[in-house]
Design a protein around this ligand. Structure first.
Ligand SMILES: NC(=O)c1ccc[n+]([C@@H]2O[C@H](COP(=O)([O-])OP(=O)(O)OC[C@H]3O[C@@H](n4cnc5c(N)ncnc54)[C@H](OP(=O)(O)O)[C@@H]3O)[C@@H](O)[C@H]2O)c1
Length: 267
């Protein structure tokens, strides 16, 4: 199957920066009609204006995925404006870079709200609209941490594992509605995620500058949508980690544990 993006009505969360912003630009170039969601009103409106100036159809829908009222508004805005919905892309996300023993319940709950409960409830709300869409699809942007937990990303890994589990279960459930359910697992990406961390006290160091540009992730997501790819791993680090972890999970455990032991020994 090859999904046609020209004219596709897409609801995209997390559109104001990073991967979401690049995805909005590439989807607009492909002729999609976009409802763009994020909390920051100004960058969202500027993006919608710039895409509209290039001849695309783009609607800014400021909102928080963790708010039930905002999720209702996102859906009604897309239905009022475009008359329906073909693709829901759950891309909004937040991270926390901190060792679990020093973190808090508040951070754990916030990460789960943004990365799991928000997208899950948005999906539930969108099903009755999506099932009447053209080649309808749900795309969940998780992470390599959704398939392999990583130290200092404990809350984030838990939220992305939950999203991966939901995605796999829904893939079967949604067959009766004709809705495809796709999962994307990017590796480290040079985006604002690193500036927007809820907490940034992890000792374990990651070199973000070696991550992929967000444009590359957006291109991978567009390709996955067009080709209807069930699961897409993006980035050399994600491919390497998930491949080794599949066959030698104990080795990955040992390598990560050795790094942590070294960091704490030095302290
Ligand atoms: N960067 C990486 O290394 C990496 C790797 C793997 C996966 N990912 C995933 O990729 C997705 C996009 O992240 P990114 O790297 O592009 O980070 P980013 O630049 O920080 O973008 C995150 C987007 O989510 C929006 N957002 C955050 N909280 C929200 C909320 N409560 N309601 C609505 N929108 C919200 C932000 O806008 P506002 O702040 O204006 O709301 C922003 O548009 C996330 O799901 C992330 O987990 C990222």
């Amino acid at each position: 199957m090859r999904r046609e993006l020209r004219g596709a009505r897409i609801l995209l969360t997390g559109a104001s920066s990073g991967i979401g912003r690049c995805l909005a630009e590439q989807a607009a170039q492909a002729g999609a009609r976009l409802a763009l969601v994020a909390r920051s009103v100004e960058p969202l409106q500027k993006l919608a204006q710039s895409l509209t100036a290039l001849g695309a159809e783009a609607l800014a829908v400021p909102g928080d995925v963790t708010s039930e009222a905002d999720r209702q508004h996102m859906l009604s805005a897309v239905v009022d404006h475009f008359g329906g919905l073909d693709v829901l892309i759950n891309n909004a996300g937040v991270g926390s870079w901190c060792h679990f023993a020093e973190s808090s319940e508040e951070i754990l709950r916030r990460v789960m709200e943004v990365n799991f409960f928000g997208p899950a409830e948005l999906i539930r709300l969108a099903i009755p609209v999506l099932r009447n869409g053209r080649s309808p699809a749900i795309v969940n942007v998780a992470s390599m941490c959704g398939r392999r937990g990583i130290p200092a990303w404990s809350e984030y890994s838990a939220s992305k594992f939950a999203l991966c589990g939901l995605t796999e279960a829904l893939r079967g459930e949604m067959v009766r509605f004709g809705i495809d359910v796709l999962l994307v697992l990017p590796g480290v990406t040079r985006s604002d995620l690193w500036r927007n961390l809820l907490r940034n006290t992890g000792r374990y160091q990651l070199d973000v500058s070696r991550g992929m540009p967000p444009e590359q992730v957006a291109t991978g997501i567009i390709r996955a949508l067009r080709k209807n790819r069930t699961e897409t791993v993006l980035g050399w680090d994600a491919r390497w980690l998930l491949r080794v972890n599949r066959f030698l999970p104990r080795l990955v455990d040992a390598l990560l544990a050795r790094q942590i032991r070294r960091l704490y020994a030095a302290a």
